[in-house]
Ligand binder design. Structure first.
Ligand SMILES: [Zn+2]
Length: 343
């Protein structure tokens, strides 16, 4: 697929730079470092983009913002006779960030946070079925913990250099706010990304409802992904632009991640359980994690066939392997395409 910037919603307008300026001509500089300018004429805000790196500036303000969160003093940036004029400091920053030297270094997934739903006083959904002389009782919090631990072990084993985390590893109950906090608190280096994966089991009054599905946040849902405190003294109008850009990025990544997990679950368990497809929903944890995030529903505890499967540890192992394979596909794809910016 092409670069994710294809989804960028702002109208682009290239400004003409007259010849003969003594100051730095932005367009020659951009040619040189092979970056492009996206200009928002209404609010007079520019975004220089190359791969996943972006630099936001607004003429009249003496700094630039690198990758949504890093504010750098940049001297004067002005518009004179319709031309964008960069100070020498600003030029140096553009060169440093977008120069060839950075070409080989793509972003990496540095952390995966697995979130088994419910726990402790919150059992989640419960299914009880007659099985011979005994009752088969399925409690969501227990099954999803088992599955999350299977995925956790596989990720730990295969990605020893990544942080693999669980929001809970026993029968405890972190609140939804605490889970999101955990995700947003993971410290990342420059050019590092994290993904969030919540695991749940389904229930329905319709005992026939069965199967697995993967949810992501609908693209039209607005959320605040920018850390406003970091950018406190920015002019207000820059925040929504940065927020939209980052949000688009997370949405595209969440859909890709959801699709890859669903496909690999299908491969492992599609012969026994129904593939209900991708869904859009504004789950609390998915909505508030400032990163690509998806929610997997592994099956219906209220459906007899699903319940029998979910009670079988061999089946849970395969299910966990399917989810793991999807995450591994995403990591591989993300890192080999420099965060989906290359073919
Ligand atoms: Zn649940």
């Amino acid at each position: 697929m092409g670069g994710i910037r294809r989804y960028f919603p702002i109208l682009f307008l290239l400004l003409c730079v007259p010849q003969g300026y003594a100051e730095i001509e932005l367009f020659n500089l951009l040619d040189e470092v092979e970056a492009t300018l996206q200009w928002e004429p209404m609010r007079k805000i520019g975004v220089i983009v190359k791969g996943r790196d972006c630099l936001v500036f607004k003429p009249g303000f003496p700094w630039v913002i690198h990758n949504y969160n890093k504010k750098i003093a940049a001297g004067q940036i002005t518009i004179e006779n319709g031309a964008l004029i960069f100070s020498e400091t600003a030029e140096k920053i553009v060169r440093t960030i977008f120069s060839e030297a950075k070409e080989g270094r793509g972003p990496r997934i540095a952390a995966v946070l697995l979130d088994p739903g419910h726990g402790g006083r919150d059992p989640g959904t419960i299914g009880v079925h007659k099985a011979g002389d005994n009752n088969l009782k399925l409690i969501e919090k227990d099954i999803v913990l088992k599955v999350a631990k299977i995925v956790y072990k596989l990720l730990k084993l295969n990605y020893p250099d990544k942080k693999i985390l669980l929001t809970r590893s026993d029968d405890s109950y972190p609140t939804l706010e605490e889970r999101v906090e955990m995700a947003n608190r993971v410290s990342l280096g420059e050019n590092e990304a994290i993904i969030f994966l919540s695991v749940h089991a389904n229930a329905s009054l319709n005992k026939n409802a069965s199967g697995f599905e993967v949810w992501y946040l609908p693209p039209e849902y607005r959320r605040t992904v920018i850390d406003k405190e970091t950018l406190e003294s920015e002019p207000e109008e820059i925040i929504p632009i940065l927020n939209t850009m980052l949000e688009e990025e997370y949405t595209v990544e969440s859909i890709i991640l959801a699709r890859q997990i669903l496909d690999r679950m299908e491969e492992k368990i599609g012969n026994r359980s129904v593939n209900r497809g991708l869904k859009e929903e504004t789950w609390y944890v998915v909505r508030n994690a400032k990163m690509p995030s998806v929610l997997v529903e592994i099956g219906f505890v209220t459906n007899r066939e699903d319940a029998m499967l979910l009670a079988d540890s061999g089946y849970l192992k395969e299910l966990g392997e399917g989810i793991y394979n999807g995450v591994a596909d995403f990591i591989e794809y993300f890192e080999s395409t420099k965060g989906f910016t290359e073919q």
